[in-house]
Design a protein around this ligand. Structure first.
Ligand code: 9D3
Length: 277
């Protein structure tokens, strides 16, 4: 797929794309990332891209003329009909579903803003959709654009090694990851959980799913509310909760030497009585 990023900091965007899975996927031609420098579309001596907000107030606003010209220049390099997405704190929150949706397209244009905001007319005329990467304040859209690019490119066929195919990921869809361990078997007195040393593939799989479900229930109940639980995951969670209620151990309590951490009951804004399956 081809992605174009409209930005005041093209070097920042290009520089971040050279590493790891993302860098290799781009090297191998799975994704082509281009940039369009907004400042290249200014014609005054000062190459002005911003101006004071009508109505007053602090901060500066990105001027519409150079931004829209940059968007049109970048769009001309993309397949016709490629969505034009502005990264904005006012956008709908980007998630894995949106990542899958966008990764299936041949072309995508990303607009990264700076300053206090973008002139609304440039958004109306040059952008189809606005996306936020979460409820916190960034200094501009570039890092958000990079987060989106990272999430998309790793979904492209062949971007991950065969050993990291998404087959395994589908079994834990909508769940947090289970805890990972590698050698040594005992580290500073902490042991690798016995289930992982058993060599019993079914037992390992079951332990991991149970850990994933327990962690999600404890740390991110909102994910369970959104995605629901597959029957096996639901059964493991019920068994796990029953064992806990019967005086067993909680998530993060499977070893006596565990780190301190979140051992709270999950906060469920929907209140008690929510069905996990
Ligand atoms: C007065 C409030 N402003 C700053 C404290 C609003 C504001 C302006 C510009 C807030 C953020 C930004 C720049 N942010 C982005 O361009 C951005 C963003 C974000 O801040 N959070 C989450 N996702 C995104 S996507 C683009």
């Amino acid at each position: 797929m081809q992605i174009e990023v409209v930005t005041l900091f093209p070097e920042m965007v290009r520089g971040a794309l050279a590493y790891g899975v993302l860098g290799r996927a781009i090297e191998r031609g799975l994704a082509r990332i281009g940039t369009e420098d907004v400042r290249a579309h200014t014609f005054d001596v000062h190459r002005t891209v911003d101006d004071r907000p009508y109505g007053g107030g602090p901060g500066m606003v990105l001027k519409p003329e150079p931004l829209l010209a940059a968007i049109r220049a970048a769009a001309a390099r993309l397949p016709p009909g490629s969505p034009r997405v502005c990264l904005s704190a006012q956008g709908e929150v980007f998630d894995q579903r949106t990542a899958r949706e966008l990764a299936g397209l041949p072309g995508l244009l990303l607009v990264a803003g700076r300053y206090e905001g973008i002139d609304e007319r440039a958004i109306e005329l040059g952008v189809d959709r606005e996306l936020s990467i979460g409820d916190y304040v960034l200094s501009g859209g570039e890092i958000a654009a990079l987060a989106v690019i990272d999430a998309l490119v790793r979904l492209l066929p062949g971007a991950l090694g065969d050993d990291r195919s998404s087959i395994e990921e589908s079994f834990s869809e909508g769940l947090l990851e289970w805890p990972h361990y590698t050698r040594p078997e005992v580290f500073e007195g902490r042991h690798v959980p016995q289930a992982l040393l058993s060599g019993n593939h079914a037992a390992v799989r079951r332990w991991r799913l149970e850990q994933s479900v327990a962690r999600t229930w404890s740390r991110r109940p909102d994910l369970i509310a959104r995605h629901g639980l597959a029957p096996e995951a639901s059964r493991l969670l019920n068994e796990y909760l029953a064992a806990r209620a019967g005086g067993g151990l909680g998530e993060g309590e499977s070893h006596e030497q565990d780190r301190p951490g979140n051992r709270e009951e999950p906060h469920d804004p929907r209140g008690p009585g929510f069905q996990t399956g």
